[in-house]
Design a protein around this ligand. Structure first.
Ligand code: CUA
Length: 229
């Protein structure tokens, strides 16, 4: 999760987020190069003495500074499209989780396992444990197995919400009357925090998401206990 003074992206917990970070760094590098070049040119303009009386046009430089930016943009567009299609790819998921946005909490359904379902509310500050995270911890976490392909179905019951988990590179809108799909692969155990990121009303800030990523055998133990109880 993000902690104090962390201005960049969170460490990735999935291959897709890793690729998103690579793309971010790549785009930022190009951005810095352009900014430095344009900044240098603008500063140098101040020290320019107009000494060439016959300079009226320059076909060559016009060609260069028209075509060069177009080529630079291609270097951003191509990896961007690659990522876009990569994010949309569904790789034979072994588990499907359905998350439904409500005003103002999430509810979840494990449709593969006898339709286990539960609500997930934020823990209010006055009920928070000493090691709890304010505005971020929930009463019922989503348990998911690590190293497995997971499909998420997102919808909403009232207004538009957004199921967003930065460390996994997931951000899907939950829209009433629609069923959106995404998938991810968690490559390490741990707790991954997220928040609703579609302005959904007065308590928009208070419907966080917590995923508990555990080894597969732990998950099977948890799910079989839940089915039997
Ligand atoms: Cu739900 Cu914002």
């Amino acid at each position: 999760m993000s902690t104090w003074a962390n201005l960049g992206l969170q460490d990735s917990a999935s291959p897709l987020m890793e690729q998103l970070i690579f793309f971010h760094d790549h785009a930022l590098l190009i951005l810095v190069m352009i900014t430095v070049l344009v900044g240098y040119l603008m500063i140098m303009l101040f020290f320019n003495s107009y000494i060439n009386r016959f300079l009226l046009h320059g076909q060559l430089i016009e060609m260069i500074w028209t075509i060069l930016p177009a080529i630079i943009l291609l270097f951003i567009a191509m990896p961007s499209l690659r990522l876009l299609y990569l994010l949309d790819e569904i790789n034979e998921p072994s588990i499907t989780l359905k998350s439904i946005g409500h005003q103002w909490y999430w509810s979840y359904e494990y449709s593969d396992f006898n339709n286990i379902e539960f609500d997930s509310y934020m823990i209010p500050t006055n009920e928070l444990a000493n090691d709890g995270f304010r505005l971020l911890d929930v009463d019922n976490r989503i348990i998911l197995p690590m190293n497995s392909q997971i499909r998420i179905l997102v919808t909403a019951a009232d207004v538009i919400h957004s199921w967003t988990i930065p460390a996994l590179g997931v951000k899907v809108d939950g829209t009433p009357g629609r069923l959106n799909q995404t998938n991810f692969f968690i490559n390490r155990p741990g707790l991954f925090y997220g928040q609703c990121s579609e302005i959904c009303g007065a308590n928009h800030s208070f419907m966080p998401i917590v995923i508990e990523s555990v080894p597969v055998n732990y998950f099977i133990k948890w799910i079989s206990n839940s089915v039997n109880s």
